[in-house]
Design a protein around this ligand. Sequence first.
Ligand SMILES: O=P(O)(O)OC[C@H]1O[C@H](OP(=O)(O)OP(=O)(O)O)[C@H](O)[C@@H]1O
Ligand SMILES: O=c1cc[nH]c(=O)[nH]1
Ligand SMILES: [Mg+2]
Length: 211
Amino acid sequence: MRLHVVDHPLVAHKLTTLRDQRTDSATFRRLADELVTLLAYEATRDVRTEQVDIVTPVSTTTGVKLTHPRPLVVPILRAGLGMLEGMVRLLPTAEVGFLGMIRDEETLQASTYATRMPEDLSGRQVYVLDPMLATGGTLVAAIRELIGRGADDVTAVVLLASPEGIQIMERELAGTPVTVVSAALDERLNEQGYIVPGLGDAGDRMYGTVA
Ligand SMILES: O=P(O)(O)OC[C@H]1O[C@H](OP(=O)(O)OP(=O)(O)O)[C@H](O)[C@@H]1O
Ligand SMILES: O=c1cc[nH]c(=O)[nH]1
Ligand SMILES: [Mg+2]
């Protein structure tokens, strides 16, 4: 597993406002959208392209276009949904699949309540979206599902990761073609499994619900 923490002043600036407890839901959604677009730039560095010949008003030239099979973008509901638009804006040919997952706040075990994506992902590049990589349980289960369907290149785009979660991912997904792109690597998890300093419950902050 590869970890890439995006080091950029615009990312740090937007993330600081996202973390701030005074930030309202509408602003939180806008910032999550903007942040994922900045992360997508890094996450798609190896997206597959093919050469094409085109004619400009001045001459002929050779360029590239996104190639087949189309990349698949999978937001993990609920909070990952807030990252979908920002991602597909940069990947207009992408197909979108969905995984609904919830973490039991007592046991911290993740379970899946909805799955809607192609059965066969062989040869596909997959971008899985979830703002929080806390214990890693959710992302490990999601990525296992994608690899089980044949995906051979998985990139997880997250806003915050914990060192504990990264360690679990490295252990549980050793030898699999997985990259994690994050806006920050935080200090630790607290006793409730929340990222510290973190931003609280991403889904609640995004959709205005109270934990
Ligand atoms: O790394 P983990 O310890 O598994 O925790 C991270 C998960 O927890 C949150 O989802 P939550 O269960 O709150 O669902 P929600 O997105 O519907 O709020 C978050 O959006 C991640 O999916
Ligand atoms: O800090 C955390 C941990 C899990 N889920 C969240 O939304 N936030
Ligand atoms: Mg939540």
